[in-house]
Design a protein around this ligand. Structure first.
Ligand code: NAD
Length: 500
C-alpha cells in the first residue's frame, strides 16, 4: 500500500517537487504510516512571498475582526476535536484523552487571542507638555516563524500562531517532522475560519529548512520550542541575523516532597507527572526529592506499588495510562539513559526496559522505570531523559532540596509538596526556576499568564503567550504630537526639548 503523503500548506502551489522525505511512524505498531517532504529554501521563499503579500491587509484589518477569526477557529477546532485528537495520538503515541488535553491547552491560548483588541490597546498621555500629547501603539512585526517540537504538536503551534496572528502578523510554522499532520489540519481550519491565504502556512523540514528560516531577511521574529542545544543554536543564529528570538529548551523538573506532605496524594500526582505521555513532556516531573530518610523510604515503597498498577497500552486504548514513545530512535535513547544510570551506580529499583505489549511487539513501548540513590554528579541526573523514568534523589533538609533544584542547569518547572505554608512561601520565593507548583505537579500557567523557564530551559527575553506573547509579537511605536495654538513658544530649537 502506498504511504500517505503529507504536504506543505502554502498559499500557492509548492515551487518544487520534493526530493527528500522523512518517515512518520505509527508508534503503536512500529511501522511507517506516512512520509513528509523535507523542504528547502525554495519552499520557504514561496511561503515568505505569500506572507509578504497577505500581511499588510491583515495588519490593517481591525483587531475586533481579527479576533472574530480566532473565535471561529476555536469553534472549528472544537467541532473537529475528536478527529484531531485521534490523528495526533496516532503519530505521537500519547493516549487519545491526553491528545485532547494537548489541543485543549492550545485552545486556551486561542481564547486569550480572542481578547486581542484589549491586549493591544496602547498608552496615551494627554498634556505631556504644553499642547503636547504622547501615545504609543503596539504594531505587528510582519512575518513571524515558529519551529516546534514533537511532544505537543497542537498546543505549542497554537501558543505561537494564536498570539502572533491575532496581533496582525503572518506566520510560517515549521512543525516537528515526526508528527506533522495536526499542524497542517490546524492551518486548514484557520483558513476555513477566515484567515486570509498566506497568513498561516506550514513548511515541513529538518535542519535545512530551519537554517533557511534563520537566515531569511524578511522573517522578523522566530519562536522556537525544543531541546536546549538546538534552542541555543536558534537563539544565536537568529539574533546574529538581527531577529527577535524566543527559544525554549529542555527541562529536568524536580518534585520536592516534605515530611509533612500527604504521601498518597503525592504518589498519585507523581505517577501521572512522571509517566503520563511516557514522560515526553517538558513539564513532566522526572526527579523526586524526598526530604528525610523516613519520607524517602515511604515514598519509594508507595511509588513501586503505584507503578505496578500502571497500564501501558496502545494510544487508542481508553484504559491505558500511557502509550508508546514517538519512534525507535527515541526509545533507544531513553533505554540508553537507563543503562547509563545503572553504570553510574544508581539503584535501578524498577526496570522498564524490555517491555513488550502483546500483539504490538514492534511498538515503541517502554515500561516505567524507577531509580533510587541518584546523585547530583551523575550525568543521567544532569541531562534530560524525556521518557518514563523517575529518579529519586534523597535530601536531608529543605535547604538541600531547594539548592538541588536551584543549581540544576535546567530551570523550567519545579513542584513542592507540603502542608506547611511558610515552607511553600519560602520555596516559591527562593527557588531558581521559572514555573513553580505548590502541591501542583505540572504547573503549566494558564493562557493569560505566561509560560517560560529559566537557565538552559529558555533563551531570549519574552515568555510564550499571555501579555509576554503580545510583547514578543509586536513592536511599540510612540508618537509625540504637538498642536500649537499659533503663539510662538519662544523655545530654543537648539536645546534638547524638555517638558519643562
Ligand atoms: P528537537 O530539539 O529535536 O526539535 C525541535 C525542532 O527543532 C523540530 O522542529 C526539529 O525539526 C528542529 N531541529 C531538530 N534538529 C535541528 C537542528 N540540528 N538544527 C535546526 N533545527 C533542528 O526537540 P524534540 O525532540 O522535537 O522535542 C523534545 C524537546 O523539546 C525536549 O528537550 C523538551 O524538553 C523540549 N520542550 C521544551 C518545552 C519548553 O517550553 N521549554 C516544551 C516542549 C518541549
Amino acid at each position: 500500500m502506498a504511504l500517505r503523503q503529507i504536504d506543505h500548506f502554502l498559499a500557492g502551489a509548492s515551487p518544487v517537487q520534493p526530493t527528500r522525505f522523512g518517515d512518520v511512524h505509527d508508534p503503536n505498531s512500529g511501522g511507517v504510516q506516512a512520509r513528509v517532504p523535507l523542504g528547502d529554501a525554495q519552499v520557504l521563499e514561496a511561503a515568505v512571498a505569500a506572507a509578504r503579500q497577505a500581511q499588510p491587509g491583515w495588519a490593517a484589518t481591525n483587531p475586533q475582526r481579527r479576533a472574530r477569526v480566532m473565535f471561529q477557529f476555536k469553534a472549528l477546532v472544537e467541532k473537529n476535536i475528536d478527529e484531531l485528537a485521534r490523528l495526533l495520538s496516532s503519530e505521537h503515541g500519547k493516549v487519545v484523552a491526553d491528545a485532547r488535553g494537548d489541543i485543549q491547552r492550545g485552545l486556551e491560548v486561542i481564547e486569550f487571542a480572542c481578547g486581542i483588541p484589549h491586549a493591544l490597546k496602547g498608552e496615551y498621555t494627554p498634556g505631556a507638555g504644553p499642547g503636547i500629547d504622547v501615545y504609543s501603539m503596539r504594531l505587528p512585526l510582519g512575518i513571524g516563524a515558529g519551529i516546534t517540537p514533537f511532544n505537543f504538536p497542537a498546543m505549542i503551534p497554537m501558543w505561537m500562531f494564536g498570539v502572533a496572528i491575532a496581533c496582525g502578523n503572518a506566520f510560517i510554522l515549521k512543525p516537528s517532522e515526526r508528527d506533522p499532520s495536526v499542524p497542517v489540519r490546524l492551518a486548514e481550519l484557520m483558513l476555513e475560519a477566515g484567515a486570509p491565504a498566506g497568513i498561516l502556512q506550514v513548511v515541513h523540514g529538518d535542519k535545512e529548512m530551519v537554517d533557511a528560516i534563520l537566515d531569511h531577511p524578511d522573517i522578523a521574529a522566530i519562536s522556537f520550542v525544543g531541546s536546549s542545544d538546538i534552542a541555543q543554536y536558534i537563539y544565536s543564529r537568529g539574533t546574529a541575523n538581527a531577529k527577535r528570538v524566543q527559544a525554549m529548551g529542555g527541562a529536568k523538573n524536580h518534585g520536592v516532597v516534605m515530611p509533612d506532605a500527604d504521601l498518597d496524594q503525592v504518589v498519585a500526582d507523581l505517577a501521572g507527572a512522571a509517566f503520563g505521555s511516557a514522560g515526553e513532556r517538558c513539564m513532566a516531573l522526572p526527579v523526586v526529592v524526598p526530604v528525610g530518610e523516613k519520607t524517602a523510604i515511604a515514598l519509594r515503597e508507595k511509588m513501586v506499588t503505584a507503578m505496578g498498577r500502571l497500564r501501558i497500552g496502545i494510544s487508542t486504548d481508553p484504559d491505558a495510562d500511557y502509550g508508546p514513545v514517538v519512534n525507535a530512535a527515541h526509545k533507544a535513547r531513553v533505554e540508553g539513559w537507563i543503562q547509563k544510570g545503572v553504570d553510574e551506580g544508581a539503584e535501578l529499583v524498577v526496570d522498564g526496559r524490555g517491555f513488550r505489549l502483546q500483539g504490538h511487539e514492534e511498538g515503541f513501548f517502554i515500561g516505567p522505570s524507577l531509580f533510587d540513590h541518584v546523585k547530583p554528579t551523575m550525568e543521567s541526573y544532569r541531562e534530560e531523559i524525556f521518557g518514563p523514568v523517575l529518579q529519586i534523589v534523597r535530601a536531608d533538609s529543605f535547604e538541600e532540596a531547594l539548592a538541588l533544584a536551584s543549581r540544576h542547569q535546567y530551570g523550567n518547572g519545579v513542584a513542592l509538596f507540603t502542608r506547611n505554608g511558610h515552607a511553600a512561601r519560602e520555596f516559591a520565593a527562593r527557588v531558581n526556576v521559572g514555573m513553580v507548583g505548590i502541591n501542583v505537579p505540572i504547573p503549566v500557567p494558564v493562557a493569560y499568564h505566561t509560560f517560560g523557564g529559566w537557565k538552559r530551559s529558555a533563551f531570549g527575553d519574552h515568555n510564550q503567550h499571555g501579555p509576554e506573547g503580545v510583547r514578543f509579537w509586536t513592536k511599540v511605536k510612540t508618537v509625540t504630537q504637538r498642536w500649537p495654538d499659533g503663539t510662538p513658544d519662544g523655545g530654543n530649537a537648539f536645546v534638547i526639548p524638555t517638558m519643562g
